[in-house]
Structures are given as C-alpha cells and as structure tokens.
Design a binder for this molecule. Sequence first.
Ligand code: AMP
Length: 275
Amino acid sequence: MIQITTPQELQQYRNNLPHAETVGFVPTMGALHEGHISLIKRSVSENDKTIVSIFVNPTQFLPGEDLDAYPRKLEADLKICELAGVDSLFTPSTDAVYSWEEPTVKAPKIKGYILEGYHRPGHFDGVLQIVLKLLNLTRPTRAYFGKKDAQQLYLIQNMVHTLYLGTEIVPCEIVREKDGLALSSRNVYLGDEERQKALLLSRSLKHATRRIIEGERDTERIKQEMVEILSPTRVEYVEIVDRDFNLLHEVQIENTIILVAAYVGTTRLIDNMWV
Ligand code: AMP
C-alpha cells in the first residue's frame, strides 16, 4: 500500500493506472471501524485497485461542532487499510486540498436543507465540495458510501447524476454492534450509561419496522411511537421519507427510509432503516 498526501501525487498515481483497470474509492474521515472496513472490503473485492481517503473535512463541520475533538487514529487506520488490501491511501492536510479562495458547491435547496441539512445548515455544502474534489482526483469506476448516512448518500447520487460525474455510487449496508447500535466513529464519546441510551435509536427503528410488518402504514402514528421510545434522549428529528427524501404520509414498502437523529448527552447520533 502506498500513502499519498498531496492531490498532485494522487492525480499522478491515478493517471499512471492502466486504462483497463477498475478503480474503487472509499472516502472516510478515519477512526476506521467495521462499518468502514465493510465498504473497503467490498471495493477491494469488486475492483482492480482500491483508493481510500482519510480526511476530517473542516467545511462539513459547523461552528461549535466537534471538528477539533473528532477522533483521529492514523496509525491504526494505516494498518487496517493495509490488511484490508487497499492499494493507495490518501491522507492530505487541509491546506493541501483547500485554497483560500475557490468556487464552492451548494447542496440542493430543498433536499440539502431538510433533516440533517436543517439541523446542520451548510453541512452538505461541505460534504459535496470535498466529495466532488475527491471524485475528480480519483475518477473511480465505483465509489462506496454507507446507508448509515442516508441523506448524504442520496445527495451524492444526485450530484453524480446531475453533474455527469460518471462514477457508479454503491450503497452499502449499515454495520451494527450485536445489540443493534450502528457503528460510528462518534460512539467513542459515549460513556457506559449513554451507550445504553444510544441503543434506543436502533430499538425505535426496529419497533417501527415491526409495526410496518404488522400492517401499520400511517407515518404520523409510527413517528409518535418512536418518539415515545426515544424519550430518554433529546430527539432532533424522527422522519419517514421515500428513497428520494420526499416526506411520506403513508409507508411505501420497498421505497421508505425511517430516520432518527438524537442527542445522548452531548453526542449527536443518527440512524435509519430502509423498508
Ligand atoms: P465517515 O468516516 O463517518 O465520514 O464515514 C465514511 C463512510 O463510511 C460513509 O460512507 C459512511 O456512511 C460509512 N459508514 C459509517 N458508519 C457506517 C456503518 N455503521 N455501516 C456502514 N457504513 C458506515
């Protein structure tokens, strides 16, 4: 595995790959866990070459968010990538990828500013800005994103489609702990008691899924029941949308995503289920 730290080196690496080879790309913010590893392994198994990036992207954090505290574990991440069969690891500094003045990407007016985008205004502008840069640098055949960040996944698919980027976006299943907690780099912030409370997110989603299997279709009723289950946490939103992030009054089987965002202590967690 080679480690690359500048965009210029990455471009050179990419340009020197044989044309016939397929390239998989997995963008991350590091502090890698089994969720990231599942994306990386899938890319390694589906492509000739796999590029992983580790970059804690400042433009997707709002003032007052956890940019400085965000876990950084580069040494361990390097080993994980090496063992998983990654060919090249891109670990740039902020100065290497951002100029003091440059054009900026604006997330779509509606879908980029509801739910996550409403509570973190501008977050998706920053996400799309960095993902566009990274896709331009790596020009991958396929890029791998977790369903864990469902709205991000939707917005990236939308960007790739509308800006004709030509990469196949591969959605990957959410990896969970045995007890249901969705893996997240931010889980390290949770104390023992908070971790127990954090389980309520996946429990509320399981409850919703069970109610849908039983035949419930009224999204208001399902959301109310979820909010009750989540009451020991500070709920930011519970919402039920279709796969294009239109709000739903009635569940549409095979076209619905149930979403939750909640604070446990000072840690903000998100989770979702696709039904
Ligand atoms: P992050 O490092 O949090 O920016 O995440 C990098 C990629 O890993 C994103 O596409 C995430 O959606 C994905 N990811 C994060 N957590 C999980 C998980 N528990 N299961 C599957 N994918 C995940």
